[in-house]
Design a protein around this ligand. Structure first.
Ligand code: SF4
Ligand code: FES
Length: 255
């Protein structure tokens, strides 16, 4: 298990983790925007940059890397708050503030890094999409790939193919739930869910009547896992009620 130093604190971590995890284990916070536990790191936002040096390098030789996807090595030295690291993060946030001037998450992070106003030209059409790629990656991960990033510059955005309701979407909401800025809009009622311009039929729990999951999502998961559809349309409340009934029966048998 490699031992490294983060801002002077020694920490030992598992072999196959990235610097971000080592920083967290050392109690050092590193800001991130495109990282999510459970998804492969992408290194897209560049906010998590840190300085690192290998044991075999000269003492004053450091390289700037993204902590979320740089593997740990024995004897590494990591510095998360050097002047050039903080300056790089400021540039990232300054650019993001120009693209997303009304987005509370970016405003807060920018403020924390000493930026009140962007020094770049403001996006004429402000958006909340910070292009972190979490939505497209989680969609790929689920095995659907219904959305992707399109265009360039200011106009770059996340959209389904040809901006049409995506035929592959299953209405699972993974993209909307992972989005750190709540940019992806949806509605869910007892019978119907809408997202990306598509409408999905909701399946209801047969006992409680709650809308649980879209039919398309249940079919997708059932086909991938071999687990029967009925499992997916049972609500958490229904499962808890079943457990409660079982406990009650056990109590009766015992007394
Ligand atoms: S829509 Fe949300 S999750 Fe997707 S890239 Fe934009 S900010 Fe990230
Ligand atoms: S969190 Fe590491 S590059 Fe985005």
């Amino acid at each position: 298990m490699p031992t490294l130093k983060v801002n002077g604190r020694k920490v030992t971590v598992a072999e196959d983790v990235y610097l971000l995890e080592a920083c967290r284990a050392a109690g050092v916070e590193v800001p991130t925007l495109c990282n999510f536990d459970g998804l492969e790191p992408w290194g897209g936002c560049r906010l998590c940059v840190v300085d690192m040096s290998l044991a075999k390098w000269d003492d004053d030789w450091f390289k700037m890397v993204t902590a979320c996807n740089h593997p740990v090595e024995e004897g590494m030295t990591v510095i998360t708050d050097s002047e050039r690291v903080l300056a790089t993060r400021r540039v990232v946030l300054d650019l993001l503030l120009a693209r997303c001037p009304e987005t509370p998450l970016i405003q807060r992070l920018a403020r924390e890094h000493g930026i009140e106003e962007t020094s770049y030209e403001l996006n004429p059409e402000p958006t909340d999409c910070i292009l972190c790629g979490l939505c497209t990656r989680v969609c790929d991960h689920i095995g659907v790939s219904a959305i992707a990033s399109t265009d360039r510059g200011w106009g770059r955005e996340i959209a389904p193919p040809f901006n049409e309701p995506p035929p592959d979407c299953i209405g699972c909401l993974a993209c909307a739930e992972i989005c750190p800025t709540d940019h992806i809009k949806f509605t869910t009622s007892n019978s119907c869910r809408t997202i990306w311009g598509r409408e999905f039929e909701m399946l209801r729990d047969p006992k409680t009547g709650e809308a649980v999951i879209t039919k398309a999502q249940a079919e997708h998961f059932a086909a991938r896992s071999g687990v029967p559809m009925t499992y997916f349309e049972t609500s958490d409340r229904s499962k808890r009620l079943e457990v409660a009934k079982t406990v009650e029966r056990l109590r009766v048998v015992k007394s």
